[in-house]
Write a protein that binds this ligand. Structure first.
Ligand SMILES: Nc1ncnc2c1ncn2[C@@H]1O[C@H](COP(=O)(O)OP(=O)(O)OP(=O)(O)O)[C@@H](O)[C@H]1O
Ligand SMILES: [Mg+2]
Length: 254
């Protein structure tokens, strides 16, 4: 363990104002139910990774919404973006400030206090990825990353960790392994069964504790947003992969 755990509340943190639009009521409700199930998954589940097999299945959306959902319960929660290679978080929430993040911290170029940003929600803080790094998987597999999560866990009730796609790069499995539990996001009608199985195998092989699965974009308009937008969720893995599943694979995304 650490010799000393910085108290982040006493640090002078900068504030960002992410413009996070509310999801439709049904989607918020589904994430609230996921939150409830995560709370019931036992003590010691504090750092939760959100991952998926491939890109754009909704990891970041679910991670952000889950963070907001814990904050709404008055839990102290921090969103940590570990998609070092391709994060879209800053741009998506129109955070225009120059921020320092995980890569600067993990490569020893700044202190932890400097990478935790307050938001306009007093219960919700954020950590961004920082500048592109040539060696993301090395940075994330360093014990410094585990210590970083320990420090956050000492300062927050929950740490929600956004990751890159499991089947694309090893970073996601490395990050998930350092967390207490992992939620897998599957996109309705898009995530191929083989991809889902590959993800689960990879996570299991890495020793990751899978604590839930989310079936995302249930009933969503396949062409985009708006109408029909929503989350579904399934709790407990095994959900959706079994032989009993009635495949609805209309399209596949590469
Ligand atoms: N429930 C939903 N209904 C409709 N659209 C959604 C839903 N969840 C996410 N999206 C949209 O799908 C796109 C991909 O979502 P998101 O960025 O969260 O996925 P991701 O898995 O983090 O992607 P990446 O692998 O690129 O990081 C975004 O445009 C997002 O707004
Ligand atoms: Mg993402």
């Amino acid at each position: 363990m650490m010799e000393s755990i910085p108290n982040l509340n006493e640090a002078r943190l900068k504030i960002v104002y992410p413009q996070i639009a509310d999801l439709p009521y049904a989607a918020q409700e589904a994430v609230n139910i996921l939150r409830g199930n995560l709370q019931l998954s036992g003590k010691g589940i504090q750092a939760i990774a959100v991952t998926s097999a491939s890109k754009e299945e909704g990891k970041s959306s679910v991670a952000i919404q889950l963070t907001k959902s814990f904050a709404a319960l008055n839990k102290a929660v921090v969103y940590v973006d570990c998609d070092i290679r391709k994060s879209k978080t800053l741009r998506r929430y129109q955070i225009n400030e120059q921020v320092v993040g995980l890569t600067e911290y993990l490569s020893g170029n700044c202190r932890l206090e400097n990478i935790v940003y307050r938001t306009d929600n007093p219960n919700m803080d954020m950590v961004f990825t920082g500048a592109a790094a040539p060696n993301p998987s090395e940075l994330l597999s360093d014990t410094m990353f585990e210590q970083f999560l320990e420090i956050l866990k000492a300062n927050y009730d929950y740490v929600i960790v956004d990751t890159p796609p499991i089947n694309a790069v090893i970073d996601g499995a490395i990050v998930a392994k350092s967390c207490d539990g992992t939620v897998m996001v599957l996109e309705q009608g898009v995530t191929e069964r083989a991809e889902a199985i590959r993800m689960k195998r990879q996570l299991t092989y890495a020793g990751v504790k899978i604590i839930g699965a989310v079936l995302n974009k249930v009933g969503a308009d396949p062409n985009g947003y708006g109408y029909g937008y929503g989350y579904g969720y399934g709790y407990g893995y095994g959900y959706g992969y079994g032989e009993e599943q009635n495949d609805k694979k209309k399209k596949s995304k590469k």
